[in-house]
Design a protein around this ligand. Structure first.
Ligand SMILES: Nc1nc2c(ncn2[C@@H]2O[C@H](COP(=O)(O)OP(=O)(O)OP(=O)(O)O)[C@@H](O)[C@H]2O)c(=O)[nH]1
Ligand SMILES: O=C([O-])CC(=O)C(=O)O
Ligand SMILES: [Mn+2]
Length: 621
């Protein structure tokens, strides 16, 4: 066993020792790690989470007592709770997120880097005594099915009960994964250490949302280790999600020949009864959850959900790419989610057993957010807890990055393949972004290499899912900019390489979409949501060789008439505007792509530079 922490000075009097006899496992590395963390962080108490309903009841009751949670009206949302974060702790903090590879070149130009020894020293100082006065929760979990051939275990140690209960929703958590971790000898696991960084001194009263002004979200890719400090917000604290399943898993995927991607997974069934699987990558708050649960508006087409945020994709023995969803819950953007836009998400949360964070609260103990209903209640408590009256308020009632956290099993259209460790064969990969201009509703890549170029140059306007300015166009390769755990140039190389290793006929077809293009008057050119099924239909009909397309400088685009707009209240001119490939706009895009590749530097694969030359040539620029 390699010690994961430097040996520390002896614990102070009120710290507890976790002895193997009090722990529900014999896993030696885990026990040693827990002991080290106890010594370092000096919690008042240690609790091993078993993931039971009784534990959920106990922890949610404690969180109500401490003022972190409010129970919602059980008539409206059974067994559901509401949390308001500190106003400073509402989103992922990309500027505080680090990839601490041994060699800075392995983190690359898109990640913050610090030497791992130095980062450990900084953070060890922060963790010293950071859990004083709090309970330390040991949360064993598994990303993906526990009965997978190689189950992907993790253990999160956290001093936040909010994190512990959220992990029960978001992962397969508790006694079952813990038992599986020792079933065939001690299994490997990813240690995930989290502290809100707000120790309680004797006599000090707690606040509803403890956190620290100092935040670090750090990853040690060679050690497969995660340390997070100072934030309770999901994206920074539920370490099985972005930290493990994307940043660390992308490194494991690089080493082992598979892909860990920021993608939804859905099954689409055509009127003829043929089933297809689509994986789609859109940046945070750009429509993954909505597309994953889409209710098609076109007759005869049906969708089932497999995942809404993360896909792990491996090649099968038949040479096809198979995707699984490592998560167990949905951590969805609340604003904009309503019966008109995403009825399946509404059905999922109405079944209860959910946590809501930073939405607004009605006077009747239910949740509310912009877009949930046509009518706004006459009075609300907003996400800061202030009285909010429509017409008078000058800020939204719900924070733009407010979230629902809900079990995926409650999704009424969950696919029966959700639990299948083998995953589902992917027929199409869709990249998408949020662009007011330039990027048309849909185009298809000429081949895998061109598809990788589309993904590598994907652009999108920033959203409230991360702190910082909103609406700024940036490159977000494969929607993974904040989540690639290594050098972005190597990541592009890895995508090209897996394509080369497999028969082109077996590779998914690649598409690029934009639901967010605007008209001159500022409105969306395309109605979106359920109507996006029309684009999915075109995608499938392209694969089936049925839909017509024209070749444009940026790829194949639907011909007039090949996109089914039957019954849609939209003019031909509007459809044409949504689909238009504007050569001038794309010429203006070229220097941005050149700058982006220059930023990545020497490691941009030559294939992508060739694609850029081809694009330049086709644009006549
Ligand atoms: N106009 C328009 N808005 C959409 C569409 N799909 C989603 N949205 C809105 O975009 C926002 C984000 O959508 P989500 O589906 O939650 O995005 P996501 O990619 O799952 O976001 P993360 O969970 O942060 O990764 C919500 O406010 C949606 O209502 C669409 O087709 N058209
Ligand atoms: O991680 C989060 O905070 C939420 C999320 O899904 C994203 O930002 O993509
Ligand atoms: Mn989502």
């Amino acid at each position: 066993m390699t010690p994961l922490l430097e040996p520390q000075s002896s614990p102070t009097s009120n710290a507890v020792a976790s002895t193997p006899s009090s722990a529900p496992t014999t896993h030696r590395r885990l026990l040693a790690w827990v002991s080290e963390v106890v010594e370092l962080t000096q919690p008042a108490d240690v609790r091993w989470c078993d993931g039971s309903d009784a534990e959920w009841d106990e922890l949610t009751a404690e969180l109500i007592a401490s003022g972190t949670l409010v129970q919602l009206d059980p008539q409206a949302k059974p067994n559901s709770f509401y949390a308001r974060t500190d106003p400073s702790d509402v989103a992922r903090v990309e500027d505080r997120t680090f990839i601490c590879s041994v060699d800075p070149a392995d983190a690359g130009p898109t990640n913050n880097w610090m030497d791992p020894t130095q980062m450990k020293s900084v953070m060890t100082d922060l963790y010293r005594g950071s859990m004083r006065g709090r309970t330390m929760y040991v949360v064993p979990f598994c990303m993906g099915p526990i009965d997978a051939e190689h189950p992907m275990f993790g253990v999160e140690i956290t001093d936040s009960a909010y994190v512990a209960v959220s992990m029960k929703i978001m992962t397969r958590m508790g006694a079952e994964p813990l038992a599986a971790m020792t079933a065939n000898g001690d299994a490997d696991f990813v240690p995930c250490l989290h502290s809100v960084g707000a120790p309680l001194e004797p006599g000090q009263s707690d606040v509803p949302w403890p956190c620290s002004d100092t935040k670090y979200i750090t990853h040690f890719p060679e050690e497969r280790l995660i340390w997070s400090y100072g934030s309770g917000y999901g994206g920074n604290s539920l370490l099985g999600k972005k930290c493990y399943s994307l940043r660390i898993a992308s490194v494991i995927g690089r080493d082992e020949g598979w892909l860990a991607e920021h993608m939804l997974i859905l099954k689409l069934i055509s009127p003829a009864g043929r089933a297809y699987h689509i994986a789609a990558a859109f940046p945070s708050a750009c429509g993954k959850t909505n597309l994953a649960m889409i209710q098609p508006t076109i007759p005869g087409w049906r969708v089932e959900t497999l995942g809404d945020d993360i896909a792990w994709m491996r090649f099968g023995a038949d040479g096809r790419l198979y995707a699984t969803n490592p998560e167990y819950g949905l951590f969805g953007v609340a604003p904009g989610t309503g019966w008109g836009t995403n009825p399946n998400a509404m059905r999922t949360i109405d079944r209860g057993n959910s946590l809501f964070t930073n939405v607004a609260l009605t006077d009747h103990g239910d949740v509310w957010w912009e877009g949930i209903s046509e009518v706004t209640p006459p009075h609300l408590a907003d996400w800061r807890g202030n009285s909010w009256v429509p017409g008078e308020a000058t800020t939204p009632a719900a924070h733009p990055n407010s979230r629902f956290c809900t079990p995926i099993r409650q999704c009424p259209i969950l696919s029966s393949d959700y639990d299948n460790p083998a995953g589902v064969p992917i027929d199409a990969i869709i990249f998408g972004g949020r662009r007011k201009t330039t990027v048309p509703l849909v185009t298809q890549a000429r081949d895998w290499q061109h598809g990788v170029f589309m993904g590598a140059t994907l652009s999108s306007e920033t959203t409230a899912a991360a702190t910082g300015a909103v609406g700024v166009v940036r490159r977000d390769p494969m929607a993974m900019l904040p989540f690639i755990g290594y050098h972005a140039g190597d990541y592009f190389g890895h995508w090209l390489e897996v394509g080369k290793q497999h028969d082109a006929a077996n590779l998914p077809a690649v598409f690029y979409v934009n639901w967010f293009r605007r008209s001159a008057d500022g409105g969306f050119l395309w109605p979106g949501f359920g109507e996006n099924s029309r684009v999915l239909k075109w995608v499938i009909e392209r694969i089936e060789g049925k839909a017509a397309a024209v070749e444009t400088p940026i790829g194949y685009a639907p011909t007039a008439g090949s996109l089914d707009v039957t019954g849609l209240d939209i003019t031909e001119a509007e459809v044409a505007a949504a689909l238009e490939v504007d050569v001038d706009e794309w010429r203006a895009e070229l220097p941005l792509i050149e700058d982006w590749f220059a930023q990545i530097g020497d490691k941009v694969p030559t294939e992508l530079l060739t694609e850029l030359d081809v694009l330049r040539g086709r644009l006549g620029g």
